[in-house]
Write a protein that binds this ligand. Structure first.
Ligand code: NAD
Length: 257
């Protein structure tokens, strides 16, 4: 599988799943644009290290995905892209009658509205070049619900629905649009919660993972960022040219329950 000559923009990619996807796309030969809302030396160094490791073009562009104009500017500054991965996301947990309005607005903006803006900005360039792949990182919570996550679940269901619409609007073009729905993924953020939870419940690492974190993930294993990157690369392959408007769950059986 080679993506040499293709350019990819991955939103929210200076850590976690986005970074894992960027690395797998670069490994497959794509030039990559990393993004987040910060503009630190280490953000640019991360892009440089990917360029060196995989021998591809890689750069970092700061853009705040909570702001529509910055979402669109990211695509413009990058000069468009062949592959767009909407991955930036945040979470907040609270019952709906106590859910802070500013958290609701931020989650809807970053997790859902940003995909509207980046897709709208990227599609004309994909059409002009005659090829495009859009991969939206939703969640098992784009297909199911849990209490206390109203904004996240609304946004992720929205992303799944929006992906179907864009797939229909591009169905007769060499462009596809799909959503990946991960279950629990072992990212640095999740890893960092394990020691505290071990202390809180007086449990071993294995018990915390199986009995606390992965209660709804039948495999009792985390998905990995490499697996999500590999799924993204597959969706960019010729084998996936007729896969559009659908979801791929990478959730260890969560949504089969
Ligand atoms: P993470 O916190 O490691 O990564 C989130 C990324 O988004 C970071 O790079 C962060 O800098 C960026 N980001 C946050 N706010 C931003 C903003 N305003 N503008 C630009 N970038 C911004 O988390 P993650 O676990 O890697 O999550 C990545 C995506 O995967 C999210 O959409 C999340 O909802 C989804 N997801 C994660 C899991 C999981 O278990 N980790 C499961 C299902 C879905």
């Amino acid at each position: 599988m080679t993506l040499a000559g293709k350019s990819a923009i991955i939103t929210g990619s200076n850590s976690g799943i986005g970074l894992g996807i960027a690395r797998e796309l670069a490994k497959a030969g794509a030039d990559v644009v990393l993004n987040s809302f910060t503009d630190r030396e280490e953000d640019h160094a991360l892009a440089a290290s990917i360029a060196e490791e995989f021998g591809v073009g890689a750069r970092y562009i700061k853009a705040d995905m909570s702001k529509g104009a910055e979402c669109r500017a990211l695509i413009e500054t990058a000069g468009g892209c062949d592959i767009l991965v909407n991955n930036a996301g945040i979470q907040h947990v609270a019952p709906i009658d106590e859910f802070p309005v500013e958290k609701w607005d931020a989650i809807i903006a970053i997790n859902m509205n940003s995909a509207f803006h980046t897709m709208a900005a990227a599609l004309p360039g994909m059409r002009a070049r005659g090829w495009g792949r859009i991969v939206n990182i939703a969640s098992a919570h784009g297909l199911t619900a849990s209490p206390f996550k109203a904004a996240y679940i609304a946004a992720k269901h929205g992303v799944v629905g929006m992906s179907k619409t864009v797939a229909l609007e591009t169905a007769q073009e060499p462009i596809t649009c799909n959503a990946i729905c991960p279950g629990y993924v072992l990212t640095p953020l999740v890893e960092a919660q394990i020691p505290d939870t071990m202390r809180e419940y007086n449990m071993s690492r294995e018990e915390v993972v199986k009995n606390v974190m992965l209660t709804r993930q039948p495999s009792k294993e985390f998905a990995t960022v490499e697996q999500l990157g590999g799924t993204t690369v597959f969706l960019c392959s010729d084998a996936a040219a007729q896969i559009t408007g659908t979801t791929i769950s990478v959730d260890g059986g969560w949504t089969a329950l």
